[in-house]
Design a binder for this molecule. Structure first.
Ligand code: PEP
Ligand code: MN
Length: 334
């Protein structure tokens, strides 16, 4: 739509699209509103829409993913969660332990990451573990602890929904729903979070291409939830000096193809705390919108992902380094 298109003109175009038996996705931006069209089985004749008041141009999206593509919406998507802003040029950091293990553990980590300048708190209440005998998370009790952390520290919270059943409780207690790497192609889960009012943090599957990641995001947008944050967390390769191979070239690739923001997760991406700082800075230098970092006050005793969890002092050092990098890049660390 044109920059100065009125609400009436936007509604009129959406209604025209719906009257053609298609679905209209009205996606507002800072400068202009984009209206995506899905539900067509072949090309849509642009002529009837092109002539409508307020319409700037009708663009045929050439990519298999439609609503997530930059062709459809040129402007960066900006997602606001509590006081945090994700996308649109600024940098954001989500930090916390891999899992919420107890109230005292989660609060201790929250206090440290808040003091160091984190913008969001992230901790798992439902954990997708390789072994059924490993700690599976505190479930609802963990979600309640997260909600108390939000209230105490004024930090929006991110936590994972591991299946369709856990989405309801997660959206009730948390601010952002994480979909983990193992679930990137759990299509019923993607459709369910697509009907949620909460933003979704979608992690790249460990053997997924960038196109597959974007197709998974498309599932969420196609259901009407346009608030999706992507996350590069490493893929599996032959290299064994790190847990995964953090694919940082995915960041500029994703930035070119989609308007959605992308975070880098150097914790799962490397699996080793001594590699987290350099790869975090590299991720931002590559153009990511922020970071997702695991931190623990006592990583030796962590119930999951201890070896990659930073000590609070290391996290504080990371935030300092990030501050200097943000200045050099002229990107505000909000
Ligand atoms: C996590 O974020 O703790 C996690 C399980 O990550 P991933 O899904 O990327 O493995
Ligand atoms: Mn983890």
């Amino acid at each position: 739509m044109k920059r100065n298109a009125t609400q009436e003109e936007i509604d009129g175009v959406a209604a025209r699209i719906e009257s053609m038996g298609l679905k209209a996705h009205v996606i507002p931006g800072a400068l202009r509103t984009a209206i995506g069209i899905t539900g067509n089985t072949g090309p849509v004749d642009p002529s009837t829409i092109e002539m409508m008041p307020g319409v700037r141009e009708v663009i045929r999206v050439t990519k298999p993913y439609k609503l997530v593509s930059r062709e459809m919406k040129h402007e960066d998507t900006v997602i606001r969660v509590g006081g945090a802003t994700i996308g649109g040029g600024g940098l954001v950091v989500a930090a916390g332990p891999c899992a919420v293990e107890s109230e005292s553990q989660a609060f201790a980590v929250a206090e440290k990451v808040k003091a160091a300048g984190a913008h969001l708190f992230r901790g798992g209440a439902f954990k997708p573990r390789t072994s059924p005998y490993s700690f599976q998370g505190l479930g609802i009790e963990g979600l309640k602890i997260l909600a108390r952390i939000r209230d105490t520290f004024d930090l929006p919270v991110v936590t994972e929904a591991i299946d369709v059943e856990s989405v309801g409780p997660v959206e009730q207690y948390a601010d952002v729903i994480q979909v983990g790497a193992r679930n990137m192609q759990n299509f019923s889960l993607l459709k369910r979070v697509g009907r949620s009012g909460r933003p979704v943090l979608l992690k790249r599957g460990m053997s997924a291409t960038v196109e597959e990641l974007l197709m998974s995001a498309e599932y969420i947008l196609s259901e009407g939830n346009y608030q999706v944050i992507l996350c590069e967390r490493g893929v599996r390769t032959f290299s064994d000096h790190t847990r995964n191979t953090l694919d940082l070239s995915a960041v500029p690739a994703v930035k070119e193809l989609t308007h959605l923001p992308i975070l880098v997760d150097p914790s799962h991406g490397t699996g080793r705390r001594d590699k987290v700082l350099p790869m975090a800075l590299a991720g931002i230098a590559a153009g990511a919108d922020g970071l997702l970092v695991e931190v623990h006050t006592d990583p030796e005793k962590a119930l999951s992902d201890g070896p990659q969890s930073l000590y609070p002092e290391q996290f504080a050092a990371l935030m300092e380094g990030l501050g200097r990098l943000a200045q050099a890049l002229e990107r505000p660390l909000k």
